[in-house]
Design a protein around this ligand. Structure first.
Ligand SMILES: Cc1cc2nc3c(=O)[nH]c(=O)nc-3n(C[C@H](O)[C@H](O)[C@H](O)COP(=O)(O)OP(=O)(O)OC[C@H]3O[C@@H](n4cnc5c(N)ncnc54)[C@H](O)[C@@H]3O)c2cc1C
Length: 553
């Protein structure tokens, strides 16, 4: 039996939490206990704000255990053997996937896309001994770093190696938020591998962990080296242009240079910006349906406004404060209520970045470095978009809706990827800002009325949300808040159908995976989905290997 003892003041890396744990458990001073830090986080609601930690505790004497279990104090939870596994740091059998002793000939998986979904799918396959191929349309992260810098500084866009395309996928130039409280099963495997490749071990404990763009850049080459060591063929500048279909099955791919690459199953993990791949998958026979999304703008404030609102004081040694807000406006005078909205991908101490992969479009997003030291805080404020808003019933209509907004934003920004921007107070007052404060968006901002960029229902949802958020974060709607638009690529506006084995029911051999397929909404969920697809292939390989070994009559 283990005990989870929650919300103990964290004494710092060198400090001893035992006195506080004993006090919580009402144990005598000196009672022996073994403990492990499970998670720590800042409680910004306390005044002053405080670091709190959760510990897993084992008591040495069972009499003490019985005493605690008879009347568990508040904030203490007992775990039975099954729950125990939540805290295991070692791989569990289910984690590893039952890999066949010898990979069956004829099963050659191809993974498309080196984002989190594709990378973790390739890693799982490589660890199982699969002769997998990983195709990536962009360059390796070192090259990508230069291409992105060129874009952010000089507005020179590379269509295949940019903020969303290239090794690491859309998450490579991000805040690298990997917020999840769980570390069990496959999640544990993903987190441990991240640490193996250079992530700070704190991510194994911190519920609100983030990697930071600089750390991600260091992790990716090590992950690539491991893939190559495992025998995975990693190919950069290898863009998929079409699918090879024979007898109603996907049997391989056509690359942009004209090369035909045979192999299956194909794990298609090309993210939410590869609209050309969606068209190719649909043309080949994969079924998909429309899906609701959220669209809005990035709001940027000086970080100190957020610290003051959250901590009630300057932050001192505490991490830059963050927020997560939602708005569900009520109907007024019998009218339909403005649409629901929420903040998304908040980047404390971060910057707003240009994140398009296409010419003539402006798309913004947010990122930060591991130390989160920028002067600003930003977050997307996004409003629900429904399939009935889309200009047609087909699966690509949502992408056309996004694209129209991105093109209007390009025009309103005045070209060269300058983004249209408006002070929050001016959006509320219904006027274009006369001038704008300095922002972190390096490509430049142009004063504009966001009503020219975002459709009316989104503006109404944005206005209601901002008024509501200002009550929770004083200054949110103040003079210094700026909206930079548009944030359109929050997720995919369509979802590809798939069966239990994660293959397309209308195009077997194709596995639509990750955010672009409509099954993930962030780095961790994409990595998990890629891993699921790989484990499904490994299961099949094991069954094939067992069949080949079985004696024939
Ligand atoms: C600036 C920014 C900040 C973000 N911040 C966070 C964050 O802090 N936390 C978080 O959880 N999420 C964040 N996200 C979202 C996160 O990055 C995505 O959810 C995640 O990367 C999706 O993973 P994926 O593997 O499904 O797709 P992607 O990461 O999009 O990867 C797809 C890959 O496929 C490749 N590809 C595309 N087309 C082809 C083709 N035809 N042939 C070959 N390869 C192709 C692309 O080059 C790309 O590398 C952020 C995104 C952006 C853009």
């Amino acid at each position: 039996m283990s005990l989870l003892v929650a919300n103990i003041p964290w004494p710092g890396p060198e400090g001893d939490p035992c006195p506080a744990i004993r006090a919580r458990l009402q144990l005598p001073a000196g009672a022996a206990l073994h403990f492990e830090l499970v998670k720590r986080s800042v409680d910004g609601r306390r005044r002053p704000p405080q670091w709190l930690a959760n510990y897993r505790v084992e008591l040495e004497a069972s009499a003490l255990e019985q005493q605690v279990l008879r009347a568990p104090p508040h904030g203490v939870r007992a775990y039975n053997h099954r729950d125990h596994q939540r805290f295991d740091r070692e791989d569990q059998p289910a984690d590893r996937g039952a890999a066949p002793a010898r990979w069956p000939a004829g099963l050659r998986p191809i993974v498309v896309g080196a984002g989190p979904a594709g990378l973790f799918a390739a890693l799982r396959l490589g660890e199982a001994g699969a002769p997998a191929v990983l195709l990536e349309r962009g360059g390796p992260v070192e090259e990508r770093h230069h291409a992105v810098r060129k874009f952010w500084r000089h507005a020179e866009l590379d269509l295949d190696t940019n903020v969303v395309f290239g090794e690491g996928g859309a998450g490579a130039f991000s805040d690298g938020k990997i917020y999840t409280r769980r570390r069990d099963g496959e999640l544990g495997w993903i987190f441990r591998r991240l640490v193996d490749f250079g992530a700070d071990p704190e991510i194994l404990e911190e519920g609100w962990a983030h990697l930071g763009t600089d750390r991600i850049r260091a992790i990716l080459p090590r992950l690539r080296a491991r893939l190559i060591e495992l025998g995975v063929e990693v190919r950069f500048h290898a863009a998929v242009a079409g699918l090879l279909v024979e007898g109603g099955r996907c049997v391989g791919l056509l690359l942009t240079g004209g090369e035909e690459l045979r192999g299956a199953p194909v794990i298609m993990a090309t993210g939410h910006s590869a609209r050309d791949v969606w068209a190719a998958m649909l043309a080949a026979g994969a079924a998909a349906e429309q899906r609701p999304i959220h669209i809005g703008a990035r709001v940027e404030h000086p970080q100190q406004i957020i610290d003051q609102a959250r901590y009630g004081t300057a932050r001192g040694e505490l991490p830059p404060a963050s927020y997560r807000l939602t708005s569900h406006p009520r109907a007024l005078r019998g009218e339909a209520p403005p649409r629901a909205a929420h903040t998304f991908c908040m980047c404390p101490g971060g910057t707003v970045v240009g994140a398009t992969n296409e010419p003539g479009r402006v798309v913004v997003n947010g990122m930060s470095y591991s130390k989160r030291q920028a002067w600003w805080a930003n977050s997307a404020v996004i409003v629900e978009v429904r399939p009935e808003d889309y200009p047609g019933p087909d699966p690509l209509a949502g992408a056309r809706y996004q694209d129209a907004i991105e093109q209007r934003a390009f025009a309103a920004g005045g070209g060269a990827f300058r983004a249209p921007a408006q002070r929050v107070v001016d959006l509320l007052a219904g006027k274009t800002s006369a001038e704008l404060p300095r922002t972190s968006y390096t490509l430049g901002v142009t004063p504009a009325d966001l009503r020219e960029v975002l459709p009316p229902p989104l503006i109404a949802g944005l206005l209601a949300a901002i008024r509501h958020f200002d009550r929770q974060i004083p200054g949110f709607a103040g003079e210094e808040g700026v909206l930079i638009a548009p944030e359109t690529r929050t997720t995919a506006p369509l979802r590809f159908a798939r069966g239990e084995d994660l293959e397309s029911p209308t195009l077997p051999g194709l596995m639509p995976v990750g955010e672009g397929a409509g099954y993930a909404g962030g780095i961790v969920s994409a990595a998990l989905d890629g891993d699921r697809a790989a484990r499904s292939i490994i299961e099949r390989a094991s069954a094939l290997a067992a069949r080949d070994r079985a004696p024939t009559a």
